[in-house]
Design a protein around this ligand. Sequence first.
Ligand SMILES: [Zn+2]
Length: 434
Amino acid sequence: MFFEEKIETASRETIENLQLERLKDAAKRVYENVPLYKKKFDDAGIKPEDIKSLNDLKKLPFTVKDDLRDTYPFGMFAVPKEKVVRVHASSGTTGKPTVVGYTQNDLNMWSSVMARLCCAGGVTPHDTAQVAFGYGLFTGAFGLHYALEKIGAMVIPASSGNTEKQIMLMKDFETTVLISTPSYALYISEVMEQMGIDPKKDLKLKYGLFGAEASTEEMRAQLEERLNITATENYGLSEIIGPGVSGECTHKCGMHINEDHFIVEIIDPKTGEVLPDGTPGEVVISAVSKEALPILRYRTKDISYLIPDKCSCGRTLKRMAKITGRSDDMLIIRGVNVFPSQIESVLLSSQDVEPHYEIIVRRENWLDQLEVLVELADERLLDNYSKLEKLQNKIKSDLRTILSIDATVTLVQPATLKRFQGKAQRVTDLREKK
Ligand SMILES: [Zn+2]
């Protein structure tokens, strides 16, 4: 099902014409209304009228998270405050959060682009959707909430946490769609098991639309099996809009980008050069139709690549591959680049361990040490030393194959590692920052 079929199946020419028109307009608006952009443009020696083709986008300066922090709270808004009807803020782990604003038109656009992604993920007006994202300054819950209502689904604004109650609502209200982070969905499935609830028999779940953190194909397979659903992933970030930038259709082969509103480039994170389709690099996004906070060439630090060919669902909107990591999540261990997602795929491909893990990096005697803690699926294994050792060695050798470095593998009892109701925090880097 499509939400806006005309644009979702539009020709490349139609999309690009729309992008260029909106880009020109956004450049003009930020130059005239946002002092930070006027300075950035002037420093780069560029004027809004220099943008004559989409190719000229690469002449524009980048925007980074610090630009939002430096202008906290409202310094990057391009409209007077009376036009702003909503603000959200990112969950800044240190210091002040980054604040984003929306006009009424922005909110309408947001719910439409997200509605397209919900339809792509299988949602129809017949569905009952449970939003298990936290409602608040975080964009996740509101982004999905209004989109689902726009489609005509029945929305349960459950918010995150209180997992047993979530499951009760799911059963009693016959929830068909679960909205959450993949790590919370996994935790919900575990609590279901403890409560003796079998999703295949006791629930009506059909789809899971997951976002706010990246996950691997192995994690998807686990969630689909445990919850008896088709799981799709969607992508976005508050600085750009919140969820709604891109999302998978049920073919699960990359996330369709809402290209008429968000122009996505992939750059080499070191040189800033734009990379061709298919080459992995850092995702850079321009939100060209936003009124309150138009943002140009925002460096997301997320790593992905573009997939230009037409999808079998009929959508012509370009896709971006699942995020494989963040350039700042990347750990450099003994000079080797390590992404937590690589470790996750090794762990989740083993039957004997649970998809709960922690990664710890230490420096001992000037040498980086990587430790991976993972939960056993069955605690009886703890009594079988030879089996335990075999499993440990197997994981160790699989990790060595993927990462080219040695890791210490620690197998722990079931249900002992931390569970997450929002975004998972699985990496602890104990090395002193230089
Ligand atoms: Zn598709």
